[in-house]
Write a protein that binds this ligand. Sequence first.
Ligand SMILES: Nc1ncnc2c1ncn2[C@@H]1O[C@H](COP(=O)(O)OP(=O)(O)OP(=O)(O)O)[C@@H](O)[C@H]1O
Ligand SMILES: [Mg+2]
Length: 263
Amino acid sequence: MADIILKTEDVMIKFGGLTAVSGFSIEVERGSITSLIGPNGAGKTTCFNIITGFYKPTSGRVFFKGEDITPLEPHLVCKTGIARTFQNIRLFSGGTVLQNVMTGCWVRQKSPWWSAPIQLPSFRREERQMKERSMSLLGAVGLEKLAQETATGLPYGAQRRLEIARALATEPELLLLDEPAAGMNPQESLELMDFIRHIRDKFKVTILMIEHDMKVVMGVSEWIRVLDYGQLIAEGTPADIRTNTKVIEAYLGKEAAGKAEAR
Ligand SMILES: Nc1ncnc2c1ncn2[C@@H]1O[C@H](COP(=O)(O)OP(=O)(O)OP(=O)(O)O)[C@@H](O)[C@H]1O
Ligand SMILES: [Mg+2]
């Protein structure tokens, strides 16, 4: 039987009069790389915000490893093992690359908060371990040489990899990537495909990704789900999705879909 790490059940969310997402029911298999695609404003980021506790759905439930996590606040969702990156990169401006990764490690911190100012040996030991772990994560994403640089001064592609390193520092089992290829040049997005597979294998994480770059989506996803106007309209393998009339229609309009079918 498939090991389902994430399950959403009939999730719906309204913002005032707008139903941004409805009937959102998915099952994500542990260890898989799944993409969530759809036109601008389809509700993709909203789904991530619901899964990670940033938004509370109007109705429906989110289960992670069989537990209902719908009511949990974002920091508690993170503690259960879900980490994310953001569509609009959110790094701590002024902080170094290393400091940004270390903030991720604090989620698993064992020393009590009050031990920081008095620098207990246990606190210092833990801080040293966090530093070592963060450096090794920076190595894994190819940024160790830039550890002391200001994070927000890095080129776009490197900032996206840094966000992934920070997410990995929280020791997730499920990693949500919101448009990891955005702002990358063609060479960087090509490398991103191998990088995503490498991250999945090395850190044994499940990956759920939102992406507009179809080359990346088709090249790396094992399963694809398509949202349009807040509703799931299709799901399948890259080969299924590429030829799905509903999907072509959602992206290009009815007329283009008709032509594609006639071909
Ligand atoms: N906090 C909010 N308040 C009001 N409306 C919102 C809020 N968050 C999202 N929306 C609306 O919900 C809809 C879906 O937005 P969402 O950001 O999820 O789309 P998306 O699929 O991620 O689009 P894109 O590909 O452009 O990032 C949009 O109409 C958006 O304006
Ligand atoms: Mg979005």
